[in-house]
Ligand binder design. Structure first.
Ligand code: C2E
Ligand code: MG
Ligand code: MG
Ligand code: MG
Length: 290
């Protein structure tokens, strides 16, 4: 029996034979529907800050799904399903469209607060992605530098040539590239040597273990040194405690993200936060006569 991915065929499928598969298929069908609705999928934004000044230096878009029966679902519950289906393309377009419409609505003056969007490894095999993103940036009249694309090192090496081609296309339109979860791939250094990026995000597992593991601490330390010698921004993810923040600052890490700084929040809350920070900046420079 071959289960088709179309939702209509689900009624003829026997759940006893493969319950897990049925669940995946029905979730996929429900996701396809959710993408056509405006009240199910939504983004939260988690601010990234400059550890020295506390000012926001970016915000990461994180998707959530308000499922009509299953309740609120986090990305780990449905991104893997999206990634294994043809939904990856419409989903990625949906996230980019939402994120760009938020950037277009922000009044942040001289404060530069780009929005970061996570890309699935599979999107980096899509040769039409750079052109699609270029069109969306024009549609919203947004400078490409306001968009950061987070990618992971888990791209399959045999496909690295296509990935490089897509990344070159993205770089040529001027969007920024960040390596997410840095250090968790099997060849982080090879990846950095082959792919030009603007930012490295130290995976939260290293930040968490930093205090009690010499290895984790050494990885954090050398990633900061590596990024700085390559002229890249470095962001520590998953900062939860003041001790972690202080230690990261002491090691020379300039940017941070984590529940201990700001949690992911609604678009409205993030908008208020970045616009207040921008107002404070322009107020301060007006007061000091600049
Ligand atoms: P990520 O890109 O590494 O995002 C960071 C995750 O860590 C987020 O989880 C965030 O809520 C969480 N986090 C932030 N600060 C802390 C902290 O201090 N402690 C801990 N324990 N966690 C923290 P979330 O929102 O559940 O997202 C999980 C992953 O799902 C993301 O990891 C990203 O890989 C993926 N994802 C989220 N949104 C999208 C999307 O729109 N598209 C794609 N392709 N993937 C997405
Ligand atoms: Mg990310
Ligand atoms: Mg991450
Ligand atoms: Mg991740």
């Amino acid at each position: 029996y071959e289960a088709k991915s179309s939702g209509r065929n689900l009624v003829t499928y026997s759940p006893e034979r493969d319950g897990g598969r049925l669940d995946r298929l029905s979730l996929a069908a429900e996701l396809r529907y959710a993408l056509t609705q405006d009240d199910q999928l939504f983004l939260e934004l988690q601010p990234l800050i400059d550890l020295a000044t506390d000012l926001p230096i970016g915000a990461e878009a994180l998707v959530r799904w308000r499922h009509p029966r299953r309740g609120l679902l986090g990305p780990s519950e449905f991104i893997p399903i999206i990634e294994r289906s043809e939904l990856i393309h419409p989903f990625t377009q949906w996230v980019l469209d939402e994120a760009l419409s938020v950037i277009g609505s922000w009044h942040t003056g001289d404060l530069d607060v780009p929005i970061a969007v996570n890309l699935s490894a599979r999107s980096l095999l899509d040769r039409t992605l750079p052109g699609d993103i270029d069109r969306m940036l024009r549609k919203y009249r947004i400078p490409a530098s306001k968009l950061v694309l987070e990618i992971t090192e888990t791209v399959i090496m045999s496909e690295l040539e296509v990935v490089e081609e897509v990344l070159d296309g993205l770089r040529s339109i001027g969007v920024q590239i960040a390596v997410d979860d840095f250090g968790t791939g099997y060849s982080s250094l090879t990846f950095l040597a082959r792919v030009r990026v603007d930012e490295v995000k130290i995976d939260q597992s290293f930040v968490k273990a930093m205090h009690h593991s010499v290895e984790a601490s050494a990885i954090v330390n050398s990633t900061i040194a590596l990024a700085s010698s390559l002229g890249l921004r470095v962001i520590a993810e998953g900062i939860e405690t003041p001790e972690q923040r202080a230690e990261l600052e002491a090691l020379g890490c300039t940017g941070g993200q984590g529940y201990g700084l700001y949690p992911p929040m609604s678009i409205d809350a993030a908008t208020a936060l970045v616009e207040e920070a921008a107002d404070g900046l322009s107020g301060a420079s007006a007061a000091s006569g600049h």
